[in-house]
Write a protein that binds this ligand. Sequence first.
Ligand code: PGA
Length: 248
Amino acid sequence: MRQPLVAGNWKMNGDSHSIRSLLDGILSGLKTEAEVLVCSPSVYIQQVRDMLTGTPVKWGLQNVSGHLSGAFTGETSPLMASDMGCSYIIVGHSERRALFGETDDVVAAKFCAVVDQGLVPVLCVGESLAQRENNETMQVVASQIEKVLDTAGESRLDNFVIAYEPVWAIGTGKTATPEQAQEVHAMIRQLLAHSSASMAEKTRVLYGGSMNAGNAVELMKQADVDGGLIGGASLKANEFQAICRAAG
Ligand code: PGA
């Protein structure tokens, strides 16, 4: 049985004041069987850690370097994330791929660096609208995942999460239908099963892209949807809590 995971991706939003009230809101009366995670901007991670230590909510970052230390101005090391008590790191978000030039090779290197520091990567994959319209969805998603599986090797694939995020659904208010999501999630699980049946069975595949309190229940009902990666709706405590409840 896979425990659902609901992960908030705050992106580049918030300040110390709004983060305090958001976390207060999320923590008050949170009722869910799901694992709950928030991924904050790195500059606020200490504040987030201080507020979440001793609570059921975990914390993580939205991106880290593939390097551990050295002359990489402006970067955050996975070692630093680990030192700050992070559990999970988002890797290969489509905004990182599109706006910051992260290739499949870079994403795979970051995935490995994250695992090697004892952190759990949330690997984001997904097709653009043009790719979906050209019927390339399965091929695009498969090649994004295969690159990571090949680079990481069996020893690094014990504990990771995949987030299927169709690029056309991110921040657009256009959610994939539950059927569209399930179709891709099932394909992802099949792909994992080619490497290992137990990996396919235990690895959680989240849906991301305009998930909100209104559509979460139907999406989460799908057999291969094991939670959500939530952007906009994770900045509102009530909405995020409702998504957590929808997950279980
Ligand atoms: P959204 O973002 O929920 O605002 O669409 C999801 C994401 O980018 O992870």
